[in-house]
Design a binder for this molecule. Structure first.
Ligand code: AMP
Length: 173
């Protein structure tokens, strides 16, 4: 059986010079690899209280949506600015390759809701931290964070842990 990391080839200098991008498309295109990745994500999520799943645009939503159907939970999209109809809440953050913002619908998470936060790749952790802040601002509790891959050298996993988040990734490199 091939290692799941083999389905995430590193692409140098994409989308900008100096960035080693991990391409998730080969994993998504392989039914067995995609299912194994989700099996593992589902297993990592056991033990976390979950009322709903929040997924981060764009690739995080692929895993969040699939996991939501497996766990039979609702999906809350956390999207790039201007994509969600009002009323929304916005958070700006720094990326490994630039600046960005995220938005969430104000009514999407009720006070005290237990939220499982999902993304594809953890690099610097800035994206997940911004999403976690949005959920907290709405009164939700991030009970767990899961991702397909953590790029350890970029320190995101450690940053998220330092912020008090319980983080588990399927793979690390
Ligand atoms: P960060 O906020 O630095 O943890 O970046 C995480 C977000 O950016 C995720 O939503 C990823 O899809 C994307 N990303 C950042 N760096 C990479 C990378 N080297 N390879 C693939 N995706 C990345």
């Amino acid at each position: 059986m091939r290692d799941l990391l083999d389905y995430l080839p590193a692409v140098p200098d994409f989308p900008k010079p100096g960035i080693m991008f991990r391409d998730i498309c080969p994993l998504l295109a392989n039914a067995d690899a995609f299912a194994r990745a989700l099996d593992s994500m589902e297993e990592l999520s056991t033990g976390w209280q979950v009322d709903c799943i929040a997924g981060i645009e764009s690739r995080g939503l692929i895993f969040a949506a699939a996991l939501a159907t497996r766990l039979r939970k609702g999906l809350v999209p956390v999207r790039k600015p201007g994509k969600l109809p009002p009323q929304t809440l916005r958070e700006n953050y720094a990326l490994e390759y630039g600046q960005d913002g995220l938005e969430i619908q104000r009514q999407s998470i009720g006070p005290g809701s237990a939220v499982l936060l999902v993304d594809d790749v953890i690099a610097t952790g800035g994206t997940l931290l911004a999403a976690a802040r949005l959920i907290s601002l709405l009164g939700g509790r991030v009970t767990g964070v899961t991702a397909l891959l953590s790029i350890e050298a970029l320190g995101g996993h450690a940053r998220l842990r330092a912020a008090g988040l319980d983080v588990k990734s399927v793979l690390a490199c």
